[in-house]
Design a protein around this ligand. Structure first.
Ligand SMILES: [Zn+2]
Length: 284
């Protein structure tokens, strides 16, 4: 009798570009010519793996450089012990499918903090492509922000109260500041700058305060909530440096009224934070 090999626990990673058309199913196994490169990240036990089918493997090093900068930046800007592996799949296509569902199996419990898929047109520069710019200067520093924040017990999922506006606001502030420092003109027109700002809809203080992970909201409302979260945290961090605020939150044992604690530390009220045109103060 032959024993079956012990199954390695896997997590399924899914990244979708969805829309009205049928999604093309994608998985790493279908690129038999893909090669894998490894790079050290500036944190203990942390490594970047890039799997790609593009010929320009030297461009991977340039991408890795920005990922290294991003991780160092988020560690420094938050003061939190961000660490872990990042797995990046960069695949080029004759024509990138408009709608797709990319699915990959990654070993669970191996300290992988981010898995991402970036699709390029064949022959497009890896580093300079709009898709890679979005990943490097919008998605990655934002997501690393969430990874860093998850080191704080009160913010980690499953605690009594999480303050989504604060989590998204910190992540957006990090992405914005990283881009300003390392990739000006690389983000796709950062949505919080006044010049590129879309027409702001009416978001109430209550909407922002009660924004949680479960509620599905129309995309236009979510965009406004992200923008206002960004501004709120930007303002808070002008009163109290982000690392000191996060250090205090990390020591917090009682996770109730997290929002109130953050505001008290900054000496601001919630209404003050978001009192701007386009925002309606709730009638109280
Ligand atoms: Zn987020």
């Amino acid at each position: 009798m032959i024993a079956a090999p012990a199954a390695v626990a896997q997590d399924t990673f899914v990244q979708e570009m969805s829309g009205p058309g049928e999604a093309t199913a994608l998985s790493p196994e279908q690129w038999t010519n893909a090669r894998t490169q490894h790079y050290e990240l500036p944190a203990p036990d942390s490594r970047l793996t890039i799997t790609t089918n593009t010929a320009a493997v030297e461009e991977c090093a340039a991408v890795a450089n920005v990922v290294v900068q991003s991780m160092a930046f988020v560690r420094n800007a938050t003061g939190l012990d961000l660490r872990g592996d990042i797995q990046l799949y960069v695949m080029e296509f004759e024509q990138v499918p408009e709608f797709y569902r990319f699915e990959a199996q990654v070993p669970s419990g191996r300290g992988i903090i981010e898995v991402r898929f970036v699709a390029l047109e064949r022959g497009e520069s890896m580093v300079g492509s709009p898709a890679m710019s979005r990943f490097l200067f919008e998605t990655l520093p934002h997501e690393l922000g969430h990874d860093a924040l998850s080191r704080i017990p009160c913010i980690r999922k499953g605690t009594l109260e999480s303050a989504r506006w604060f989590e998204e606001g910190v992540s957006e502030v990090l992405a914005h500041r990283f881009t300003a420092q390392f990739g000006p003109n690389r983000g796709s027109g950062f949505k919080h700058t006044s010049s590129s700002r879309h027409e702001v809809g009416v978001v109430t203080v209550d909407d922002l305060y009660n924004w949680d992970h479960e509620k599905r909201l129309p995309a236009s409302v979510e965009v406004d909530l992200y923008a206002h979260s960004f501004r709120a945290v930007d303002q808070i961090t002008s009163m109290v440096p982000l690392p000191s605020l996060l250090r205090e939150l990390a020591l917090e044992k009682d996770c109730v009224r997290l929002t109130e604690r953050i505001l008290r530390r900054a000496g601001l009220s919630f209404a003050q934070l978001i009192d701007e045109p386009g925002l309606e103060s709730p009638a109280r």
